[in-house]
Design a protein around this ligand. Structure first.
Ligand code: 5GP
Length: 183
């Protein structure tokens, strides 16, 4: 298990979390990003072992059976999970996972810090999701339904950060990380 702190960052699809996380990771070299395993197909530009470990459902089920995962969840019709091997270093670890996974992490590691990135509005979220152009109509509906549920879970997070301005959102997350590390 990691000797560093775990920082879980959640937020509905389309909230801009990947951009926020990329900026956070660039600015803090004491952080390492936890690469999840998933059964979902890679999107254009996504690399195996960098964005995700892309695995078959059989392999994922084997990982569950072998207790290789800290947490996992099925959503958007795919399985996603955090390999325990991702938490073995000395650095603080950032996990980009959804609420079910976040609460499993908190149960297993109570010192983990849960941060929820929230959109300015549902309309803006849908606009951003459509603007991405790599998600079909059925997936947009699935993701919007899921987004409403995810936002309702944000009450159970340690921090909720609004992403209406990228720079401010990144600054706020960096401040939370600094504050928690000084505690
Ligand atoms: P996407 O398919 O857009 O990359 O991710 C969909 C959702 O899966 C996001 O909310 C993301 O945070 C979540 N996710 C990614 N990896 C994991 C994981 O390892 N565990 C869980 N529980 N959720 C994950």
């Amino acid at each position: 298990m990691s000797k560093g702190r775990l920082f879980v960052i959640s937020g509905a699809s389309g909230v801009g979390k990947s951009t926020v996380l990329k900026r956070v990771m660039e600015q803090r070299k004491d952080l390492t990003f936890s690469v999840s395993a998933t059964t979902r197909a890679p999107r254009p530009g996504e690399e195996d072992g960098v964005h995700y470990f892309f695995v078959t459902r059989d392999r994922f089920e084997e990982m569950i059976e072998n207790r290789e995962l800290l947490e996992y969840d099925e959503h958007h019709k795919n399985l996603y999970g955090t390999p325990i091997a991702q938490l073995s270093g000395d650095k603080h670890v950032v996990l980009d996972i959804e609420p079910n996974g976040a609460f499993q992490v908190k149960r297993n590691c109570p010192e983990a810090v849960l941060i929820f990135v929230t959109p300015p509005s549902m309309e803006e979220l849908e606009r951003r999701l459509r603007g991405r152009g790599d998600t079909d109509e059925e997936q947009i509906q699935v993701r919007m339904t899921r987004a409403k549920w995810e936002i309702a879970q944000s009450d159970h997070y340690d921090y909720v950060v609004l992403n209406d301005d990228l720079d401010r959102c990144v600054e706020e997350i960096l401040d939370i990380i600094d504050y928690e590390n000084k505690k």
